[in-house]
Design a protein around this ligand. Structure first.
Ligand code: PAF
Length: 284
């Protein structure tokens, strides 16, 4: 077993399933933060929330696994940022007890024939833009839950639809754990933190905050009595004028992701700046 070299030198770094199981058998309840690495402050806030969930006697575990099953052909699987050493140092510093870093072969041994398909909240929006993506997310999350025996798993609300898909899967399959959503962390200008923000060149980065800005303006306009259709149309036009190509901007029921005609709901958006796709969502 390797040890981390960060300030908390006791963080366990595990890569094979028998050792993970043996380690966890003797430890307390597990709070799991699944990640694909390239960590930022949003991930670290999940580690802090995980500690609050299990307390000092429990185990805060984070997985780092860039999951090939959730990337479509032609997406950024090969160039997805990988920075293992820096990620491990951040996790150790944040007080994580255990880092789980399976290889692709460990996660998907040759001959794997089973995957999980969620319907309902997985349909539409990202489900339409990225067919098969949620099958990959659901399958890897189910495997991570079983591998770690977590009693709670924590996810950022930034990927709102993903959170609803995982919740629904856990509920439908009677998985014995709680799924906890945690608030999106934002940069000073309002841009939601994301590992993929590093793909933005300086010019695109400067424009990117127009997305949350337009969403907030639409929510405020609806609260003042502007019709949802007019508020969303204004936001769409503004974003297009700012150089975004909008995949969707829609007001949905928060759990089912079905469109609703008026607040309350969740305003969800996906928009591209050049080749970079940004997601965001807000309570409306
Ligand atoms: O949100 C992510 O980083 C990933 O989709 C997840 C939940 C870790 C599954 O690979």
């Amino acid at each position: 077993m390797r040890r981390a070299s960060g300030p908390d030198a006791t963080m366990r770094i595990l890569r094979d399933l028998p050792t993970l199981r043996a380690e966890l058998a003797s430890l307390g309840p597990v709070a799991l933060v699944p990640t694909m690495g390239a960590l930022h402050a949003g991930h670290l806030s999940l580690i802090a929330a995980a500690r609050r969930e299990v307390g000092p006697g429990g185990v805060v575990a984070a997985s780092i696994f860039v999951n090939p099953l959730q990337f479509l052909p032609g997406e950024d699987f090969d160039r997805y940022p990988r920075q293992e050493e820096a990620d491990l140092a951040m996790l150790a510093e944040a007080g994580c007890d255990l880092a789980w870093l399976p290889s692709v072969e460990t996660m998907y041994p040759p001959g794997q024939a089973s995957t999980i398909i969620v319907e309902g909240p997985a349909q539409g929006w990202e489900g339409t833009a990225r067919p098969g993506h949620f099958r990959g997310v659901a399958t890897v999350c189910a495997k991570l839950f079983l591998q770690t025996g977590a009693s709670v798993a924590l996810f950022g609300e930034k990927d709102w639809q993903q959170l609803q898909v995982i919740r629904r899967m856990a509920r439908d399959l009677d998985m014995p754990l709680r799924i906890l959503g945690c608030p999106t962390l934002r940069e000073a200008d309002g841009l939601a933190m994301s590992s993929r923000n590093r793909y933005l060149d300086p010019e695109a980065r400067a424009r990117a905050a127009a997305l949350p800005g337009a969403m907030r303006a639409a929510i405020e306009a609806m609260a003042r009595g502007t019709s949802p259709a007019a508020a969303l149309a204004t936001a769409r036009a503004g974003l297009t004028a700012s150089g975004f190509t909008l995949d969707y901007l829609a007001l949905v029921e928060p759990e089912t992701l079905l469109e609703v005609p008026a607040p309350p709901g969740r305003l969800i958006a996906a928009a591209r700046l050049g080749s970079i796709r940004l997601l965001d969502n807000m309570a409306a």
